[in-house]
Design a protein around this ligand. Sequence first.
Ligand code: ATP
Length: 356
Amino acid sequence: MELRLENLTKIFTNKTGTDTTAVDNLDITIESGTLVGLLGPSGCGKSTTLFMIAGLVKPTSGKIYFGDDDVTRLAAEKRGIGLVFQNYALYPHMTVYKNILFPLENMDVARDEAIQRVKDMANLVGIGELLDRKPAQLSGGQQQRVAIARALVKRPRVLLLDEPLSNLDARLRLQMREEIKRIQRETGITTIFVTHDQEEAMSISDKMVVLDFGVQQQYAGPQQMYNNPGNLFVAKFLGNPPINTFEAKIDKKHLIINEQKLMKVDLPDGTYDIGMRPENFRAASSDSKIKIEVDIKEIFHIGRDTMIHFEFNNQNMRALVDSEAVTDKSKKIDLTIKKERVYIFDKKTGKVIDHA
Ligand code: ATP
């Protein structure tokens, strides 16, 4: 089912009358069956967006559509949503079986069918053998699986996951990411996954929405967004190690860096923000069009690649290059980068400018 947010806005007013715009005119159409990662720094409005979709927070303005149904004013329990929280929120005194069955008890589902659905969901999430246990007898990952089964047993129209993996240790997180992706594929339910972890969002999402101060920055597939960031915020938010950024001038159709012409660009003269991802550098060859000579300050070997630190245009920068291109004694290296991987951003709006 398609999920559409139309100019969705939430303004919180505190006791002293100060307004906080938590979500600002969000306008997104999420295609049916998509797993969307909702990503952004702390306080950017992720949970508020999720809770508005769930019906737990009332929007100040705007609309929410599930398919053709306008659910903006519909009560949470009538929306057909499955919610999974970071802290699982299982009933401690109930067995796994009862926990999963619970949402069906208030629904008009025949007993036999309910039992079958609980078993099917438990098997789907990989806890079919644990139905008789209590939550305290389960690991964190198993508890989160129970929470997902409980959310799915109602056959929701939308599955909403709020930082569901934050309480798990690093190894389990990786495993559960894959599990959530598999479960989502098998059920085909339109899913929103809230996280502040860009790597988690990149690995799990079909598409991502990046928010900053409640404002949508970009909506695109992870690789698309990584390789074609729409603005400086997205470019900086995605990537580890982060993108190198600095200011540079364009003078008479040339991008000038370290007082040298780096490349030709068909843009007006002025100052721009420039971004270059560390892994987009290569060691230059004799026929490289773009050549950057750098003094190496530090060298770190990371498996097959080597990270070098250097100063460039008065900024500390990093490049990830093939280990064969440098030795521990290297002092200088000529780097190159493809023209389309030099990102140029408008200084005022932060928006990327297509120049390649
Ligand atoms: P985090 O990653 O830290 O959970 P988030 O992206 O989920 O953050 P929200 O919880 O949606 O962000 O909050 C967005 C903004 O709205 C923040 O500035 C927050 O302080 C504010 N806010 C959230 N809930 C309320 C509330 N009930 N009353 C007033 N302000 C609120």
